[in-house]
Design a binder for this molecule. Structure first.
Ligand code: NAD
Length: 297
């Protein structure tokens, strides 16, 4: 079992830490929010008084932070993780951030003689609580081999995507596809309504026809066909529209930098931006069906 430092104990990090403790790891935690830190202590972790302090004596440091700037600061600030860690510590960043920052922080770690992987997740708060996340990992073969057993304690699948940054690249490609496909499924249901086609019939047919996709069969955006979908629970998140917008913005920044042509990704970003600026902005991302129906007014 490993000595682990854990920084970022929010909706995702809190339950992920609890699963590391359950697996028998010795975890020292930090969050700027004292309530989040208290919850981690209640789950069996030791509290540190600063982010960098979690790294002292740790074999592994895991971070689960909101955005790239937080990740950069926690690792590279004076008295941050890179400075405080003993040589041979493995850094695992599970946050969803831009590819450029992921590579930049991994380079800073490498210059200090340390190994780092980016390991963003697919799956929300329920998957974090149930140790059922999917991790997409970017880093060297050696770093991946070291990270894998740690990540397995928090997830159901751990996939090596390539070199540093490849985990973040996989995450934003997947979520751009998800944003586009969710809007597509919503448009199909709206058209079915307009044509007088029963929603359940569209679900039954498209689930077995060429329109089949995850947004339809696992996350159906209309009430009825799937009892577990957020549509049957007032479109409360789930995976919030704001989170989808964050990932679509990252995808479009990456597309601009990399020169990829992603017109539907750009349109999906615009649609989710408008939804998030509207009174529907707190809903689950499948609530975009209400935005498309003009219910934002
Ligand atoms: P959150 O806002 O609930 O938690 C982030 C935590 O980081 C907060 O507790 C905050 O206080 C802490 N923090 C911020 N700056 C810090 C610093 N400098 N030092 C210490 N702590 C600091 O966010 P979340 O929902 O847990 O998401 C975390 C990451 O996971 C994000 O990158 C998000 O995009 C990604 N993600 C979230 C979901 C989801 O469904 N919530 C799903 C997949 C991926």
């Amino acid at each position: 079992m490993a000595k682990i430092g854990f920084i970022g104990l929010g909706n995702m990090g809190g339950p992920m830490l609890a699963n590391l403790v359950k697996a028998g790891h010795e975890v020292t935690a930090f969050d700027l929010d004292s309530l989040a830190l208290k919850r981690a202590v209640d789950a069996g972790a030791k509290a540190a008084s600063a982010a960098g302090d979690t790294a002292a004596g740790a074999e592994v440091v895991v971070t689960m932070l909101p955005a790239g700037r937080h990740v950069r600061s926690v690792y590279t600030d004076p008295e941050g993780v890179i400075e405080q860690a003993d040589l041979g510590t493995l850094f695992i960043d599970c946050s969803t951030i831009d590819v450029a920052t992921a590579r930049e922080v991994a380079d800073a770690a490498s210059e200090a003689g340390q190994e780092m992987v980016d390991a963003p997740v697919s799956g929300g708060v329920a998957a974090a609580a149930g140790a059922a996340l999917t991790f997409m990992v970017g880093g060297s073969d050696i770093a991946f081999a070291r990270a894998e057993p740690i990540l397995q304690a928090m997830g159901k699948a751990v996939i090596h995507a390539g070199a540093n940054g490849a985990g973040q690249a996989a995450k934003i490609c997947n979520n751009m596809l998800l944003g586009i496909s969710m809007i597509g499924v919503c448009e199909a249901f709206n058209l079915a309504d307009a044509l007088g086609l029963d929603r359940q019939k569209l679900f039954d047919i498209s689930s077995k026809a060429s329109g089949q996709c995850w947004s339809l069969t696992s996350y159906c955006p209309v009430p009825g066909p799937l009892p577990t979908s957020r549509a049957n629970h007032g479109y409360t998140p789930g995976f919030a529209a704001k989170m989808m917008l964050k990932d679509l913005v990252l995808s479009q920044e990456a597309a601009a930098t990399g020169g990829a042509n992603t017109p539907l990704g750009a349109l999906a970003r615009q649609i989710y931006q408008e939804m998030c600026d509207s009174p529907l902005g707190e809903l689950d991302f499948s609530g975009v069906i209400k935005y498309l129906r003009g219910e934002a007014e």
